[in-house]
Ligand binder design. Structure first.
Ligand SMILES: [Zn+2]
Length: 437
């Protein structure tokens, strides 16, 4: 039966099979304790007949209803209830039944359950469900450990890392972020640096959202299919996002939520914030209406999709941003600009991610990477010469290979607006260099 289940991560299948092959004992289904699911069984005190409760009367607790029973065999009223309850393993093995689905599509569990909970459920599939699997996929996670190798559990209350105290101090999203870093199936330490990283990400997300919201207007939608005259830099970032989204989806389909978060963050920090937003800021000031519109459509689309993507990891902040509550009070915004007003779904978590119909264009992507490297060179020479980032300059000269110059020429508008130069010239040369005049 285990062969019909997809194990995530894969190596847990071997661990499971090795355990099953070495089994040497049976389990008792009952247990002597008070709490637990009662067994609907009575016994006749005179002739020892075993009396099962009627199916239509279930659930039955024999300890409460034994006095109303009589023996069907000898008609004795001397009835003894079964006082043991079902053992936890027996109850747990039926969780798909309890949930109302057999089989379930997927179960999540920790690795210490690979030889217990998952095994018992499969046993129940054999004896009760005609050899059908309890679930098609088994996702096995690690435990979260405090530094000294002890897991954060209900029993210890987390010790120094008591979740309630941590949430009160750092906010629930930053804590959730820190806990989302683990690789599937592997134990992870709770790291305070990750909480700090989470807080930094939240601040960056709010700042990016504020910038985007301030520059949107009601006449421009974020529907990328309704616009077909994108600037090269917008095409580039949309292409990059399409590629990123594909990777995120395939990673999440393998239940690697931590790795998917890394992919989203990489796009957000390195491409969207550090470069695209900087280019977009300058383009929004330009006189060229098409260029402005291209930027606005792209900004609106990407910011909205990013809020949805981050929603799985930072659910509270994502919801606040969707409703524009965080910034609505401090900025004077037209009410129609927020994402909630235009999309109307009451929660961001109910919204699907938009599919990207774009086929990844590798050439365009490489050209964009080249643009980023030139932009950072421009930043550096401005900084080194003591000029302000926004200060106008006369001319920039880009020296590079013929092939690279052809790629960069497509981004002439972006490079001019970004550098605030009046003229840009290109020169062929073996040693790449950027100069400013
Ligand atoms: Zn009897």
């Amino acid at each position: 039966m285990a062969k019909q289940v997809n194990f995530y991560p894969k190596h847990f299948e071997k661990i499971f099979l090795r355990w099953v092959e070495n089994l040497k004992w049976d389990w008792c289904i009952s247990r002597e304790r008070y709490f637990g699911i009662p067994m609907p069984i009575f016994y006749c005190g005179d002739c020892n007949e075993v009396i099962m409760a009627n199916v239509q009367d279930l659930p039955v607790d024999p300890r409460l209803s034994y006095k109303s029973q009589h023996c069907p065999k000898c008609l004795s009223k001397n009835i003894v209830p079964e006082t043991n309850v079902l053992d936890t393993w027996f109850t747990a093995s039926q969780t798909p039944d309890i949930n109302g689905y057999w089989p379930m599509s997927m179960r999540t569990q920790a690795h210490d359950n690979i030889s217990v909970w998952s095994f018992y459920s499969m046993v129940m599939g054999v004896i009760k469900h005609n050899n059908t699997v309890p679930w098609y996929e088994l996702m096995t996670a690690g435990n979260l450990l405090v530094k000294k190798g002890e897991k954060i559990s209900k029993k210890t209350g987390g010790g120094a890392y008591n979740p309630n105290n941590l949430i009160a101090e750092h906010g629930v999203d930053a804590i959730r972020y820190a806990m989302c870093q683990a690789k599937l199936g592997t134990d992870a330490y709770f790291e305070e640096e990750n909480v700090a990283r989470g807080k930094k990400l939240i601040t960056k997300l709010i700042n990016a959202y504020r910038l985007v919201l301030l520059n949107l207007d009601n006449n421009v939608s974020g529907d990328i299919n309704s616009f077909d005259n994108f600037d090269e830099s917008d095409k580039w970032i949309l292409n990059k996002y399409g590629y990123t989204l594909k990777k995120v989806v395939s990673t999440i389909n393998k239940y690697e939520g931590g790795l998917a978060l890394q992919i989203i963050e990489d796009f957000f920090w390195k491409y969207f914030c550090d470069n695209y937003l900087e280019i977009a800021k300058q383009k929004l000031k330009s006189e060229d209406n098409n260029s402005k519109k291209s930027t606005k459509v792209t900004l609106r689309f990407l910011m909205f999709e990013l809020i949805k993507l981050f929603g799985a990891y930072l659910p509270y902040i994502a919801e606040e941003l969707y409703h524009s509550k965080l910034v609505a009070e401090e900025l004077i915004i037209d009410g129609n600009n927020g994402f909630y007003q235009t999309n109307g779904e009451k929660s961001v978590h109910l919204l699907p991610l938009r599919k990207m119909e774009i086929n990844f264009d590798k050439e365009l992507d490489l050209s964009g990477e080249l643009l980023i490297s030139k932009i950072s060179a421009l930043r550096k020479i401005k900084f080194d010469s003591g000029k302000k980032f926004n200060e106008e300059i006369e001319r920039i000269k880009i020296i590079d290979t013929k092939e690279n110059i052809e790629k960069l020429k497509k981004f002439e508008v972006e490079m001019l607006t970004f550098s605030r130069a009046n003229v840009i010239t290109f020169e062929r040369g073996k040693d790449a260099k950027t100069e400013m005049f």
